[in-house]
Design a protein around this ligand. Structure first.
Ligand code: AMP
Length: 189
């Protein structure tokens, strides 16, 4: 991530890449992702373990851990400084995700209303084709939210009890949320 000079590791991006290249991991992960469910812990932990072991310097984990089991395994792999918990109203989330468009080539992310591309269907950065993620339909987003409440929400308590969580109001616009995060992590830099 440019602003923090740390690597950005997104398990969602890594899994989508695995699906695209039809690797063994991708073939196993696809059905869970399309259904709005979590990919099994052992697969995601192995992916993160491999990624972190080849890493020098700091990193930002995006979308990991998503279960208590993943959090416990992460502790065996590496010590983390803090957890950023973005709190967003569910109706706002459904609107953000169903109107999200992603670039097939560079991974750039747009929103049809709040951050539209200059040219319809084309990425501003690289001219790549924009597409809607197959799990960004309303039905799958709602299932992903159910999965979140059941499997991921307990992590708020887990990291809260360790004094490791920064709760950030994510309802605001992109710049305001970004500034709130930067301000909250300032003491650690
Ligand atoms: P994301 O790009 O973070 O929204 O993730 C997209 C999908 O990838 C999720 O709905 C899950 O199916 C899968 N996924 C991403 N990260 C994880 C994780 N840490 N554990 C299990 N499944 C994950």
């Amino acid at each position: 991530m440019e602003e923090l000079k740390v690597a950005h590791i997104s398990t969602g991006d890594l899994l989508r890449e695995a699906v695209k290249t039809q690797s063994d991991l991708g073939k196993k992960a696809k059905e869970f992702m399309d259904a709005g469910k979590l990919v099994p812990d052992d697969l995601v932990i192995a992916l993160i373990r491999e990624k972190i072991s080849s890493m020098e310097g700091g990193f930002l984990l995006d979308g990991f851990p998503r279960t208590i089991e993943q959090a416990k395994k992460l502790e065996e792999i590496s010590e983390i400084d803090t957890v950023i918990n973005l709190e967003v109203d569910e109706d706002i989330l459904v609107d953000r995700l169903t109107k999200r468009r992603s670039c097939n080539d560079c991974g750039g992310v747009y929103h049809l209303l709040f951050n539209p591309p200059k040219e319809d269907g084309r990425c501003d950065n690289c001219g790549g084709e924009l597409y809607q993620r197959s799990d960004d339909t309303e039905a799958t987003v709602k299932e992903r939210l159910r999965t979140y409440r059941k499997s991921t929400l307990p992590l708020v308590e887990y990291y809260g009890s360790k004094g490791k969580i920064l709760n950030i109001n994510g309802d605001k616009d992109i710049n305001e949320v970004f500034n709130s995060i930067m301000k909250a992590i300032q003491p650690m830099m």
